[in-house]
Write a new protein. Structure first.
Length: 421
């Protein structure tokens, strides 16, 4: 049995007591229920955003992009290669410190490729995309624009042809060596600007999910819930790489419940992968319209307890494999020794959606963001966390969602409850 089997009370949506969790703190502050506290909860996200660059032309962004180019260039020299071609959206975002190369939302291949050589840097793009990318996504970053037309070579192919004899790339390209895994690991550690962007994204994601939970009503279809969710995120200039929305029996039976026509009766689970500046916050929330049955409640206690212990194992120098071991032990403690096999446990996030490194020997480092999670039938518990100089921050708790301690071993780590409407 889990160390805590407390039956929680319904979430009072009409007169909800606000618990202010100002980033980077992971513990509740003492302010509750006052108008000043309400204002603090509403303004925290705005304050975080106000301190961030307004666009890609900000000198802080340009300076960070130059650092990333030098990181990539140093690696390129170590590899004794002539050039590296960056074509994926995630690595374009990292190299440009937040730029977005996409036109087709469902493709991870951008419309422009960046090529770094030991002494120069280029942006290869179609004529209809190049000027926009130069002006809005990489302004002031020192790229030379090389354009191609729709009936000629695509940008990445052209880059490989002009790059020299030994070309490295972040995806499979003819004439280049795919080194996507190594390039992805050059992202670590993140700069403070990137961590602050993630703090805002986590905070905003938590707030959007609070608003969503208050607007969803029985009778809505999964499609309608997902559409409302997207609208709320888009209003904050946040896109979604993944959106799972499941209700009742579908949410309890399936792991990846792509939205369908099923109408909500009593229970829904929402799991967006939010994206802005190329960075990700993957978060889940569970809402029930009456007290859940014992099986669902037990499943949530198990998943939340396991995630708590995974988060508790996060410290600088720990191995990713240690987090997997904490997950395994957590499931054993709760009488589910094979629970860890049901779904991979997440891993490093940031510019990558989720990079599972738990089968290797890599260590956790300061400045890494994580997406650790656990599932049980009908539930998922997933938060954005950051490993910083001050320890582990949980950045996606929002402002008002009920929190609870789910492990006696780590009583100070609070995670969201399954909310009752």
């Amino acid at each position: 049995m889990p160390p805590d089997t407390t039956v929680f009370s319904p979430w009072n949506w009409a007169g909800l007591t606000r618990v202010i969790r100002c980033p980077p703190c992971r513990l509740p502050c003492s302010e509750r229920g006052t108008s000043s506290a309400d204002m603090a909860a509403d303004l925290t996200c705005q304050t975080l955003l106000a301190g961030l660059p307004a666009d890609q032309a900000d000198e802080r962004v340009i300076r960070l992009a130059r650092q990333h180019v030098e990181t990539l260039r140093t690696w390129l020299r170590e590899e004794k290669a002539d050039a590296v071609v960056i074509s994926s959206r995630e690595n374009f975002a990292w190299l440009s410190a937040g730029g977005d190369s996409h036109v087709v939302e469902t493709s991870m291949l951008g419309t422009g490729s960046l090529m770094i050589t030991p002494d120069d840097q280029y942006l290869f793009a179609y004529v209809m995309d190049g000027p926009r990318l130069m002006e809005e996504q990489v302004p002031g970053q020192g790229y030379r624009l090389v354009t191609t037309r729709w009936f000629e070579d695509d940008p990445s192919t052209l880059a490989v042809k002009r790059g020299g004899k030994r070309i490295l790339a972040d995806m499979p390209l003819e004439g280049a060596v795919n080194r996507s895994a190594e390039i992805g690991r050059l992202h670590d550690p993140l700069d403070e600007l990137e961590l602050n962007r993630l703090r805002w994204l986590g905070r905003a994601t938590g707030l959007v999910l609070e608003e969503l939970a208050g607007q969803v009503q029985p009778g809505m279809t999964e499609w309608q819930i997902a559409g409302l969710c997207r609208d709320l995120f888009h209003a904050q200039h946040i896109t979604l790489d993944v959106l799972l929305a499941g209700v009742d029996e579908r949410a309890r039976r399936l792991k990846h419940f792509i939205p369908g026509d099923k109408k909500l009766e009593r229970y829904f689970l929402i799991n967006p992968s939010a994206r802005r500046w190329g960075l990700h916050a993957n978060v889940s929330r569970c809402v029930h319209f009456e007290p859940p049955d014992a099986l669902l409640r037990q499943a949530y206690l198990e998943a939340a307890g396991v995630v708590t212990e995974m988060l508790g194992a996060c410290c600088e120098g720990a191995r990713h494999a240690d987090i997997l071991e904490a997950m395994k032990i957590g499931f054993v403690r709760r009488g589910q020794p094979e629970g860890w096999m049901e779904h991979f446990p997440g891993g490093v996030t940031g510019y990558l959606l989720a990079d599972c490194r738990c089968l290797g020997s890599q260590q956790l480092v300061r400045g890494q963001p994580y997406d650790w999670f656990a599932t049980r039938p009908g539930v998922m518990v997933e938060e954005l966390s950051l490993l910083t100089a001050h320890g582990l921050e949980i950045s996606s708790l929002g402002a008002t969602w009920p929190l609870h301690s789910f492990s006696g071993e780590y009583p100070d780590i609070l995670l969201p409850e399954m909310a009752i409407r």
